[in-house]
Design a protein around this ligand. Structure first.
Ligand SMILES: NC(=O)c1ccc[n+]([C@@H]2O[C@H](COP(=O)([O-])OP(=O)(O)OC[C@H]3O[C@@H](n4cnc5c(N)ncnc54)[C@H](OP(=O)(O)O)[C@@H]3O)[C@@H](O)[C@H]2O)c1
Length: 246
């Protein structure tokens, strides 16, 4: 589907979005924002987590299953104009990579694809990381791998495949996350290390807001924005407008 086709679907009120990983904290905010925009929502989550979506029961269709199950993803994304994917590196079975690959393979041509990850993902190697973040990634990554709890390299590989694809993707890179009322659409930069990102904090509700807003922002196609809340001193000092590109 072309960008124009997406516009037509949107204008006719037939915009259907699949949310992969809908039951998690970020996923539930994605569902909330997508419904608020009048989108039709299909959610994918593990069978054991379907109950977490009970409050949306009458308003969304849920496809239960692992997000790296290709049949599950094929079924869920069929007929969708867009796919929002929460990429998580849990386990050591390449869960994130399997999830991203299935979305890339089964989303309809031209569909808008938006993925979540953390700042540690770099697209072009031009990000400048604090010692603290580098140490966290090194220590947490190693311990998680040893305990077979998570594999950060899996999320790296998942994003590498997205970056290499010619689909209409956006990879949204979240800072440290918190909970609370929305503080508005986050600001973004192409590179971690940009002064605008100094606060390193975003509320999950606004991470989700940015991802859903990205569906309607063609400037973010094939971009990997690193985001922070718009109201921090660093963001206010370094941007004229929210969501301004660096
Ligand atoms: N946490 C942070 O500080 C942070 C910082 C920056 C960026 N991010 C990014 O933000 C996104 C959301 O992260 P989050 O930490 O806030 O998580 P979250 O929204 O709570 O989502 C966690 C997801 O992982 C699934 N999950 C949990 N355990 C699993 C397992 N063992 N196997 C398979 N799936 C499992 C959950 O599904 P169920 O509902 O079925 O359990 C849920 O869909 C991710 O892309 C992450 O990389 C996070």
């Amino acid at each position: 589907m072309t960008a124009n086709g997406l516009d037509q679907a949107h204008n006719s009120g037939n915009f259907r979005v699949c949310i992969v990983g809908a039951s998690g904290k970020l996923g539930q905010y994605l569902v909330q924002h997508a419904l608020a925009r009048g989108f039709e929502v299909v959610g994918v989550c593990r069978e054991r987590s379907v109950y977490k979506l009970d409050r949306f029961k009458e308003r969304i269709r849920v496809v239960p299953g692992a997000t790296d199950d290709r049949e599950v993803i094929e079924k869920a994304v069929t007929g969708c104009n867009a796919v929002l994917t929460v990429l998580v590196p849990w386990g050591v079975q390449q869960y994130a990579t399997g999830t991203a690959q299935a979305v890339l393979d089964y989303a309809r041509p031209g569909a808008r694809l938006v993925f979540s990850c953390g700042w540690h993902i770099t697209r072009d190697g031009q990000d400048v990381y604090s010692r603290q973040l580098k140490a966290f990634v090194k220590v947490f990554g190693r311990l998680a791998q040893l305990a077979r709890f998570a594999d950060l390299d899996d999320q790296v590989e998942a994003c590498r495949r997205v970056f290499a694809s010619d689909a209409r993707w956006t990879v949204v890179r979240g800072s440290d996350l918190g909970e609370g009322e929305s503080q508005g659409l986050p600001v973004w930069s192409r590179h971690v290390g940009d002064p605008v990102l100094k606060s390193n904090l975003t509320r999950r509700v606004d991470f989700a807001l940015f991802m859903v807003a990205a569906l309607e922002n063609d400037d973010l196609v094939q971009e990997a924005p690193a985001i922070v809340v718009c109201q921090t001193p660093s963001a206010l000092a370094h941007t004229a407008t929210p969501a301004g590109a660096a």
